[in-house]
Design a protein around this ligand. Structure first.
Ligand code: ADP
Ligand code: MG
Length: 348
């Protein structure tokens, strides 16, 4: 999917040449970044705030498939999903470190495309790329990203902070990224069998974007701050709603009840799920990579958030002894599992 036609071998620049070359397009946005690329370590000054640190590794063939992921999108998504982890702590991402292992299959232009995506995300979220490491790999591409951010001591949201009777809220809608992946996998299979067939991606723009170019919910964190609503527990939805909600309940020593009819699902996601003979609710519960925020808020804050378009209340926190449950559209209650809910497992 490379758009560039010229190919410059990595060996023609060498490791230091490549770093110098990439450095040219990097600008710093945050006053906390005292020293970026170019010394043995970056220098950061967070004054009185706590530092938040998170890291993610992406391995070609395991976490991404370059058959349908453009390198620019890979860079963008790799950065955004890291920023999302900091937002999920109710923090602000400020610096990014990028380590990259490359085989000689990749050219300088290919690395430039990855960095275009990384830097586009850095610009949009005002994060500074302050360092990393560059090395060779016998096969394929590995990216390891570390994001640093800040959180005010009393504002940080831990998974363990869900309170009694808290409302359970999600941002945006769920299941779209998973359906986007199903479309891309289907078209890849068709292309493998017959390379003359053009991919049919028509009418699926939203779910493809959810998969290929997700966004982190900086806006939600800022909105809650403006409204002076401090979430109890918060987590970003990388592995599906069910799994993340179970994490919150386990860490908080609580139970929960959520309602199937309240789970926000976009119409394109629902239509596509039907085409694939999948239950849209299960896609939302178990299909990952939506990067929406799942959080609890105290009941007393209900009025402040009840009319917000981007936030949906899907249930509430209960006693640990009641377990974690989903009420389906027919009014029946089912124990929630990381795969969705138990009746699904029994059917299969
Ligand atoms: P060292 O040998 O001390 O590890 P390097 O030559 O690897 O130093 O790195 C020199 C500088 O370039 C450092 O500031 C490092 O953080 C930065 N750097 C190296 N690789 C990358 C990369 N892939 N992306 C961004 N910065 C990088
Ligand atoms: Mg190094």
């Amino acid at each position: 999917m490379l758009e560039n036609t010229t190919r410059t071998e990595l060996s023609s620049l060498g490791e230091f040449g490549l770093i110098d070359h990439l450095k040219k397009s990097i600008q710093l946005h945050n006053s906390s970044s005292l020293k970026g690329i170019g010394d043995d370590a970056a220098v950061i000054n967070y004054s009185n705030n706590y530092a938040l640190v998170s890291t993610d590794m992406l391995v070609e063939g395991v976490h991404f498939d370059l058959a349908y992921v453009p390198l620019r999108h890979l860079g963008y998504k790799a950065a955004v999903v890291n920023f999302s982890d900091i937002y999920a702590m109710n923090g602000k991402p400020e610096q990014l470190l990028v380590s990259i292992a490359l085989s000689n299959r990749f050219s300088v232009e290919a690395v430039e495309e990855i960095y275009e995506g990384l830097l586009l995300a850095c610009k949009k979220y005002k994060v500074d790329l302050v360092g990393g490491d560059t090395t060779t790999s016998p096969y394929g591409l590995t990216l390891s990203l570390t994001v640093l951010g800040t959180g005010e001591k009393d504002s940080i949201c831990y998974r363990s902070d869900a309170g009694d009777n808290d409302l359970i809220c999600v941002s945006g809608d769920l299941g779209g990224a998973y359906m986007g992946l199903q479309i891309l996998e289907r078209e890849k299979q068709i292309f493998r069998e017959n390379p003359t067939v053009q991919p049919d991606l028509e009418g699926n723009d939203y779910i493809l974007e959810r998969q290929l170019k997700p966004e982190a919910r900086k806006d939600i964190v800022e909105l809650l701050r403006e409204l002076k609503v401090k979430p109890g527990a918060m987590i970003d939805i990388s592995d599906g709603l069910a799994s993340e909600l179970l994490h919150i309940c386990q860490h908080s020593q609580k139970g929960c009840i959520i309602h199937e009819e309240k789970i926000p699902i976009d119409s394109q996601t629902a239509q596509c799920a039907q085409q694939f003979n999948l239950d849209p609710t299960l896609c939302a519960l178990s299909g990952g990579e939506d990067y929406e925020l799942l959080f609890t808020i105290p009941l007393r804050e209900h009025d402040k958030i009840k009319n917000l378009k981007e936030i949906t209340i899907i249930g509430h926190i209960t006693d640990k002894s009641s377990g974690c449950n989903l009420v389906t559209r027919d009014g029946k209650q089912h124990p929630l599992t990381a795969q969705g809910w138990d009746s699904f497992l029994k059917k299969n």
